[in-house]
Design a protein around this ligand. Sequence first.
Ligand code: NAP
Length: 285
Amino acid sequence: MERRRFGSTKREIAVIGQGTWDVEKNQGGAIAATAALRRGLDLGMTHIDTAEMYGGGAAEEIVGEAIAGRRDEVFLVSKVLPQHASRQGTLAACDRSLVRLNTDRLDCYLLHWRGAEPLEDTIAAFEQLKNEGKILSWGVSNFDEVDLAEAWSIADSLVCNQVLYHLEERAIEHAVLPWCIQHDVAVVAYSPFGHGHFPGPRTTGGRVLQEIAAAHNATPRQVALRYLTRRPPLFAIPKASSVKHIAENAGIAALSVHGRTRECGFVGAVGRYRRCGKAGSTATG
Ligand code: NAP
């Protein structure tokens, strides 16, 4: 699995990680969910994204099981809900997450989205948690370039912005991605498969993906993941419940549709075909 430096941290992190929203609803229950996450770790998808919100803490507990005995392999990310993001609230939320995850530290702790609590207070709590060794870095999620600039003016130790980014939703490319490139902030694409709305084989976009995939002995989803992580500072965190899906997602390691190739242009155009018809989905989780 390809790795790249995660923002201004000195850590080299797998470009494809594992999401855990709704992981507790895995048909095979917690045991199957744990096994799938562990298989992902075996295949190099060592960046695990979770949140106190997911399943009301149930997802963090499953992640805790999955990483037991393997903590040092993992780049572990969790998120505080905006309504808990006061200074004291953030400290308490982090403690609760650490208990559920059965670990002594998070590699990165994010504000899930911007709410009513002053950013200064949340960031002060993040810095305190860092000083105490409970988190190694911190970042934000769902921030636009204006929010990013405000956070940066409070503390330039922000390392990541986790944002909606898939073939049918590329709004971040206009201002958020350039801002993050300029400030050396990692951009983590959530819902990289459109939260279950991936271009199907009967759509124009799906056919384009299929053609490119076939030329590279790959699958359409692998082509999409390669595109979404085509350059630093991009990462992606697809969520998959089955070992089969996990293996497919990890398989992008063998695929090189890089940079400004003609194929990249075609993949980038996939969302435009769909927008001529039904609008793409958005999700916040
Ligand atoms: P997603 O990763 O775009 O899509 C997940 C869906 O794709 C699931 O139905 C999954 O099915 C399917 N899938 C995955 N790999 C597949 C494969 N190889 N072949 C066929 N289907 C496949 O959706 P997401 O869960 O919304 O986003 C990923 C992660 O991003 C979340 O889990 C969460 O950690 C994070 N996230 C963060 C925010 C935020 O506000 N910060 C918002 C949304 C999501 P199976 O489950 O059956 O494998």
